[in-house]
Write a protein that binds this ligand. Structure first.
Ligand SMILES: CSCCC(=O)C(=O)COP(=O)(O)O
Ligand SMILES: [Zn+2]
Length: 216
């Protein structure tokens, strides 16, 4: 791959991240600079990821608001004025443990309600999902039921990432999503479109749960 090819790859990936971010912001899923997105890109032997910069208004990102990091460690590859997302280490933990090529983290309302209701401050818990037809949108071997983990919202993000790493390493068939207590949801897929699609399924299922679809 030539330097020009690499630059084109990075620019295209950055533009795509910005476009998906603006869309998710417009849905109200990334309020107040929350949320972050990344893609794993085929430069640097497939170990490079491009991730949104920290603290930006996610509704007005452009391809210039991205930071190149090592996909599996989160280390910044080209130091510059932009700071990589504060939650880069969680993206890196997903890339290290799965085949994912895109990761999306948002503070969408219904998933966040379920993260508040099911999370605890002293242990990882889980949210059981079953019966919903929308489970078929998650790419599971058995779409009749699954459990998604709810991690503690450690102030040190690396501690969340360590728990994600440990969980995904011991659950190779894990669903492509996780909750962080009192915080939000992270999903992943083979590309941004699939990660967003799965996010839509999770958010819709959480909405149904909040509305009491399975009560009584
Ligand atoms: C105001 S949101 C607090 C940080 C957060 O949870 C988030 O998703 C955004 O962090 P980033 O560093 O990626 O902007
Ligand atoms: Zn967040």
């Amino acid at each position: 791959m030539t330097i020009l090819d690499k630059r084109t790859e990075l620019t295209t990936a950055g533009a795509s991240l910005a476009s998906f971010s603006r869309d998710l912001y417009a849905r109200g899923w990334m309020p107040g600079t929350s949320g972050n997105l990344s893609v794993r890109i085929p430069v640097g032997h497939g170990e490079t990821a491009l991730i949104t910069a920290s603290g930006r208004d996610k509704g007005s990102l452009t391809e210039d608001d991205m930071v190149a990091v090592h996909a599996q460690t989160g280390d910044v590859l080209v130091p510059g004025s932009l700071k990589a997302s504060a939650e880069t280490s969680i993206h890196a933990a997903v890339y290290a443990a799965t085949e994912a090529r895109a990761v999306i983290h948002v503070h969408s309302p219904y998933a966040t309600v379920m993260a508040c209701r099911t999370g605890e401050s002293d242990r990882t818990t889980s949210l059981r999902l079953e019966r919903f037809e929308l489970l078929k949108g998650l790419g599971l071997d058995d779409p009749s039921r699954t459990e998604i983990p709810v991690f503690r919202n450690w102030p040190q993000v690396q501690m969340i990432a360590d728990e994600v790493d440990e969980h995904l390493g011991t659950h190779p068939d894990a669903a492509p999503g996780l909750l962080i207590a009192d915080h939000g949801i992270t999903t992943w897929g083979k590309d941004l479109a699939q990660a967003r699609n799965r996010l839509e399924c999770f958010e819709a299922i959480c909405q149904l749960l909040v509305l009491g679809a399975m009560d009584s």
